[in-house]
Design a protein around this ligand. Structure first.
Ligand SMILES: [Mn+2]
Length: 345
């Protein structure tokens, strides 16, 4: 049997915090839809019999019916594929959720928080999911493989660490003896041979670096073969830029705009000592750079000195800082303003 396993699509998530640019949300949501189309095309082209979706398919808070229809129309395009969904903590099977109320195509099976077993010719598929935003206990005690001769698969959304999200102990899960466990929840890909997190289908931000996609697998005579297939065209990349030798805002903007990488979305982290106040207008920056973080420090080029106005000022300022009358950040801001007002020397 051949399957595709995806998780953590988070359809309709707003992508609000990943960028300084206002238009990144709609752009990324378009890419989310493209990613889903790619999954469906792969299934069509390779006659995949099973699609496992291990939760967080959408964000309950933001999902719109139009997006559910988009999804269901894709599912209609693969009528010979059995689709199994185990709801997660972001898309729980609530009474008023689209899982419960929408007229899904008949090849779609949505699990609830009660363990169910679906029997197919050579495969038994077990699944359960969330029916609220938290699940403190797992359902493993309610699952026992009945027929070891068949291929046995478990689909769920959960955490292999202690948490409020269906915590499962890895050794207890291994003892159950599934041929494949299709997990979701952890957005970073994690492959423990036959217990697999495919990771989020597309990256949701700079805490999800690297490639993102799906797992395509095949189990024959109880032997598992699988591969990761990259689906997300984009890759989030963090890039550190030392500004210590950059002397003007123009030069800094030129340096930032020279950072290139095909299909990469950059977060630029400015480090080192700045020679001028940094406050870049994102409109002047190339589009593949979506966030700029300023971690630079002010360069102090003068010392305490009783004979100059600046030296005296620094002495007083240091006294205040040492007595905890001003914090580090305020201290740096004052220094920067002082340098502009009183000159470099
Ligand atoms: Mn998730």
């Amino acid at each position: 049997m051949k399957f595709v396993h995806i998780a953590d699509v988070h359809l309709d998530t707003p992508f609000k915090t990943i960028s300084d640019r206002a238009d990144i949300g709609i752009e990324r949501r378009l890419e989310q839809r493209e990613a889903l189309k790619k999954v469906i095309n792969y299934i069509k082209e390779n006659n995949i019999e099973y699609l496992f979706i291990s939760g967080d398919l959408y964000d309950q808070e933001y999902i719109r019916e139009t997006s559910i229809s988009f999804l269901n129309d894709l599912f209609k395009q693969i009528p010979n594929t059995n689709i199994y969904i185990a709801p997660g903590n972001h898309d729980p099977y609530l009474k008023n959720s689209f899982y419960a109320t929408y007229a899904w195509n008949n090849n779609v099976k949505i699990f609830t928080n009660v363990v169910e077993k679906v029997e197919k010719d050579d495969v038994n598929i077990y699944g359960y999911g969330f029916n609220s935003f938290e699940m403190n206990d797992n359902q493993l005690e309610n699952i026992n493989i009945e027929n070891k001769d068949k291929i046995n698969i478990l689909i769920t959304h959960g955490d292999l660490n202690e948490s409020k999200y269906n915590p499962i102990k890895l050794n207890e899960l291994k003892e159950k003896g599934f041929d494949y466990v299709a997990l979701g929840h952890i957005h970073k890909r994690d492959d423990k041979t036959n217990i697999v997190y495919p990771g989020s289908l597309i990256s949701l931000g700079f805490d999800e670096l690297g490639e993102h996609g799906m797992v395509a697998g095949e189990i024959n005579n109880k032997e598992l073969n699988k591969k990761f297939i990259k689906i997300d065209e984009r890759e989030f990349v963090e890039y550190e830029l030392d500004v210590s030798n950059i002397l003007s805002e123009e030069e800094l903007i030129e340096k930032i705009n020279s950072i290139e990488g095909e299909n990469k979305l950059f977060k630029i982290i400015l480090v080192g000592y700045r020679n001028f106040p940094i406050n870049i207008n994102i409109k002047l920056i190339n589009k593949n750079i979506i966030k700029i973080k300023n971690n630079t420090k002010i360069k102090v080029e003068y010392k305490e000195n009783n004979s100059t106005l600046k030296g005296l000022f620094i002495k007083k300022l240091n006294e205040r800082k040492n007595n905890n009358l001003i914090d580090e950040k305020t201290y740096e801001e004052i220094l920067e303003i002082a340098e502009q007002a009183l000159g470099k020397k």
